[in-house]
Design a protein around this ligand. Structure first.
Ligand SMILES: Nc1nc2c(ncn2[C@@H]2O[C@H](COP(=O)(O)OP(=O)(O)OP(=O)(O)O)[C@@H](O)[C@H]2O)c(=O)[nH]1
Ligand SMILES: [Mg+2]
Length: 460
């Protein structure tokens, strides 16, 4: 069970348990500075927080040099006087120093106690505490980036802004409640509704983004689109490095689209070949293929718009068609069959791929394909890290609370419509605030903190 004692001064080895060139010991609590003073031979206590090390030796540990970084006031991670001692990372030396610190008035820290103190001091919200854990346990660069963004406030900031909006709205509504008998209208129902809608939109966005990242959702869809015979199927085969789609010189070859799941460099996405866009009427297979293509374009996350180099004048028609269909979708402009281009430059990928704002590729001589593949991989991995991406533990913990908050705000809107009174609206907003508070940790139970901090290791 966690202790909530912030009066003691705690210490722990913060570096790994294996020997290393550098080892770190962390101390925090009201007596951090005086405990350090007792252990180090001599140093002038800095008046202000310093990142500059006070290099001094610790007589009891022989001639081993140690650097002391001291934050004597509350401007530290935990909001309490804190210090770090950096020294040789031999486990025996570090353990010896911890013993000295304990003899000088510190106590051994519990797992996660430094982060718990940061939370109790309001330095971090719960999503950021979970992010600390996410950083410690990250197995890939992507997991690390997600956790670092969350630690930097990727979730804390939108949550705070939702809370602020709702608290202000609640205050305005409650001010009116005190004057119900008088003829003063503090806030118009339309205003309540539009402010509720704003908050609902923000909650829904967070919820959707977390849901989308929980791994159960579809992979990003990248559609290869163009007029008939543009070389789309050939390009899919080249990017996938497999003969998947039928290629022929007859326009209108592709009828049924081909989907290929690319797994490359830790990212996964679906690549789609589509039937060439054309104007057909009637009920022919070609016509049905057009309907399929339109559906794929609408569902795609990124469109690769292909125009062959030997028919570059088709480009305008293609771009106009796509912009009319999906005005806000990201579109990359590709020149296919680059080997047929009169302006073709060197055959090296790096020269071929960027051509103004165009990607130039040729399946025939292979140029541009590898660079396009890696640009796609980069794009997908960037998309997967959004500002609201969250470490799995946060996603798991927050899903219900965000759902409940959304439901309560919906109830508040319904109450506004039915005119059933500001007390009811205020009550629903309070429920929503409590739920958001659970996510951020402004409302918490010992069980929630226990479940989180028991997963930490000592020294963090
Ligand atoms: N020279 C050259 N020819 C290519 C290239 N890519 C494709 N082609 C040829 O262009 C023709 C059409 O290729 P496809 O890949 O079937 O074109 P598509 O866009 O899928 O065509 P539809 O499915 O009919 O819309 C074929 O004869 C290909 O061999 C290329 O990079 N260079
Ligand atoms: Mg095709």
């Amino acid at each position: 069970m966690l202790k909530f004692d912030t009066e003691s001064t705690i210490c722990a080895i913060a570096s790994g348990s294996e020997g290393a060139l550098r080892g770190i010991i962390r101390i925090t609590g009201p007596d951090a500075a005086s405990v350090c003073q007792r252990v180090f031979s001599s140093f002038d206590m800095p008046k202000r927080p310093t990142r500059l090390p006070v290099v001094a030796s610790i007589p009891m540990l022989g001639e081993n040099p140690a650097s002391l970084f001291l934050w004597p006031d509350g401007r530290s991670y935990t909001g309490q006087p804190s210090a770090e001692i950096h020294m040789l990372g031999a486990p025996i030396l570090l353990q010896g120093l911890v013993q000295l610190l304990v003899q000088s008035g510190a106590v051994l820290a519990q797992p996660g106690e430094f982060t718990l103190r940061a939370f109790l001091a309001g330095r971090l919200d719960l999503t950021q505490c979970e992010a600390v854990l996410g950083v410690i346990h990250a197995h890939s660069e992507k997991e690390l980036n997600v956790a670092l963004r969350q630690l930097a406030g990727g979730l804390a900031e939108p949550l705070q802004s939702i809370r602020r909006n709702l608290i202000e709205l609640l205050a305005d509504i409650e001010a009116g409640l005190d004057f119900v008998d008088e003829d003063i209208l503090f806030i118009e129902p339309e205003q309540i509704e539009s402010r509720l809608n704003l908050a609902k939109g923000m909650v829904a966005e967070l919820r959707e983004q977390m849901k989308a990242r929980s791994g159960q959702d579809r992979e990003l869809q990248i559609a290869i689109v163009g007029l008939p015979n543009a070389g789309k199927s050939s390009l899919l085969n080249a990017i996938a490095d497999h003969q998947l789609a039928i290629v022929s010189s007859i326009a209108g070859t592709t009828r049924d689209y081909v989907r290929y799941r690319m797994i490359q460099d830790d990212v996964t996405f679906d690549l789609l070949d589509t039937a060439g866009i054309e104007t057909v009427t009637g009920d022919s297979p070609r016509d049905i293929a057009q309907a399929f293509t339109l559906e794929q374009i609408e569902q795609a996350d990124l469109i690769l718009a292909c125009t062959p180099a030997d028919a570059i004048d088709q480009r305008e028609l293609l771009i106009d068609t796509l912009q009319a269909l999906v005005p806000s979708k990201p579109i990359w402009h590709l020149v296919t069959k680059g080997d047929l281009s009169e302006t073709s430059c060197s055959t090296s990928d790096s020269h071929r791929v960027e051509f103004g704002d165009l990607f130039v590729v040729s399946v025939k001589d292979g140029s541009g394909v590898a660079a396009l593949r890696s640009a796609l991989t980069n794009w997908v991995s960037q998309q997967q890290i959004t500002a609201h991406d969250a470490v799995p533990m946060t996603v798991e913990r927050c899903a219900t609370a965000l759902h409940n908050a959304f439901v309560a705000l919906n109830e508040a809107t319904a109450a506004t419509h039915s005119g059933c009174g500001d007390e009811i609206i205020a009550g629903e907003i309070r429920i929503a605030l409590d739920e958001i508070g659970l996510v951020a940790g402004t409302v918490y139970t010992d069980d929630v903190l226990d479940a989180l901090f028991s997963r930490f290791c000592i020294g963090k």
